[in-house]
Design a protein around this ligand. Sequence first.
Ligand SMILES: [Fe+2]
Ligand SMILES: [Fe+2]
Length: 181
Amino acid sequence: MIDRIHQDHKNIMLLLNALSDKVEFLKEDKKIDYQIVKSIMSYLKNYSDKYHHPMENLIYAHYLKYRVVPDEVANRLSQDHQELKTITKELDEMLGMILLDAIISKELFIEKLEQFVVKQKQHLTYEEEEIFPAIKSSLSPDDWLNLNQQWKHNEYVEPLFGDKISNEFKALADSLKLVKR
Ligand SMILES: [Fe+2]
Ligand SMILES: [Fe+2]
């Protein structure tokens, strides 16, 4: 499970860096492919929010229940996922409007996209640098066994970074130069 989470974080970071590049292009008044941005958002919405965060939430719930953890950590974890879900949905909706040729100010979009990348990265860094090291040193093999059993039925097929890239994400995979087909 923990390997899965770390791998997800690397993958998500790759996507966030791709979004940062788009922000820079837009600021330089260069054209970007909005479909690619839409694909990244779709990945984050469908796979991060539906599998990655729930897996983390399961681990966090166990950790918070059986270990002594400061309140601010507990609060931040639940708030962060909720907030990320909201800003992902908002940005995705804005993109949908842009793709429908609705008039959206470019400045507003750049601002939203930039904020989105910052928030996502802050959360990822917090988990990688503070939360998971603490969890790793605190949970026992028995805890992990228990968590694995609870998660078992939620297995999923990784559609972009896995062995087989789903049709939906082929163009994105090409743009990220992921080689597997
Ligand atoms: Fe998270
Ligand atoms: Fe995460």
